[in-house]
Design a protein around this ligand. Structure first.
Ligand SMILES: Nc1nc2c(ncn2[C@@H]2O[C@H](COP(=O)(O)OP(=O)(O)O)[C@@H](O)[C@H]2O)c(=O)[nH]1
Ligand SMILES: [Mg+2]
Length: 253
């Protein structure tokens, strides 16, 4: 089976080599696609050196920081071109422990799309301040009330898709970033009738480097969730005077 792991990077010089080596050690037959956005800290050069050492590692260099969503789309397209049967997405910062790859492989035998969940019947997050945990939990409660789908962790970034899931989604239409990207893809997987399942993972906050998630990304997730559910959008139209971001949102929708 052809398995590809897409890892987006922006300033992950302290993490990427260790992570890629660990994955290659566990699964030498996997392909890794690193999508680097010209990181100022030299992550791109480290990735190139990894690609020289390991024939199964390839690197996509993008000229500027273009956001997580489009980085994933670039990686997914390359994985599909390379004939991938299964496509993983995971962060470079060790929050997503490679030891769970095995659980994903097992779960993906019975599902088209597997989410590594931090919140199945509880909270499995280490190292977050209470504020961040609250934001993430509230975001998931909000999304699940609007989507009405049986998922505990809509915004998780550790996932495994079967090829047909990504093939059925028009990747060029995806404009969302960060958390919104994860929400939108989950929504589309359900919409196309794919079998979605979740496995429990422990998410550990990064030890090295820093988070790139901004306030804009959180807002975008809020709007994308509504956009996915058109009837709710209709109601919002009548209340648009309440939302200062409404016009920008409609322009993008
Ligand atoms: N290529 C690319 N990677 C990004 C970008 N923003 C974040 N990343 C990577 O996406 C992953 C998740 O980002 P991170 O900042 O850890 O998000 P957090 O875990 O939600 O705090 C990491 O591997 C980052 O290096 C971006 O604009 N472009
Ligand atoms: Mg992180």
């Amino acid at each position: 089976m052809n398995v590809n792991v897409v890892i987006p990077t922006y300033n992950e010089a302290e993490n990427i080599a260790r992570l890629a080596e660990r994955i290659m050690e566990l699964y030498p037959s996997f392909h890794i696609i690193i999508v680097d956005d010209n990181s100022p800290d030299g992550t791109g050069e480290i990735a190139d050196k990894l690609a020289d050492r390991f024939p199964n590692i390839s690197v996509i260099h993008r000229p500027d920081k273009g956001g997580l969503g489009t980085a994933y789309v670039a990686g997914f397209k390359k994985a599909l071109d390379k004939g991938a049967d299964l496509i993983f997405e995971m962060d470079a910062d060790f929050s997503h422990d490679p030891r769970y790859l095995r659980d994903f492989l097992e779960a993906s035998q019975k599902a088209d799309f597997v989410i590594g969940s931090r919140y199945i019947q509880g909270v499995r997050v280490e190292g977050w301040k209470f504020r961040r945990l609250l934001l993430s939990k509230l975001a998931n409660i909000y999304v699940s009330y609007i989507m009405v789908r049986p998922v505990w962790d809509f915004t998780a970034g550790y996932r495994c898709y079967r090829r047909k899931v990504l093939e059925s989604i028009n990747l060029d239409n995806i404009r969302s970033d960060g958390y919104a990207f994860q929400i939108e893809l989950t929504y589309l997987a359900f919409k196309h009738g794919f079998k979605v399942s979740e496995i429990p993972i422990v998410f550990r906050e990064r030890e090295r480097g820093s988070s790139k998630i901004s306030r804009k990304v959180v807002w975008e997730a809020f709007w994308i969730t509504l956009k996915c559910r058109a009837p709710i959008l209709e109601i919002i139209k009548h209340l648009k005077f309440l939302f200062k971001d409404y016009n920008e949102f409609v322009e993008r929708a």
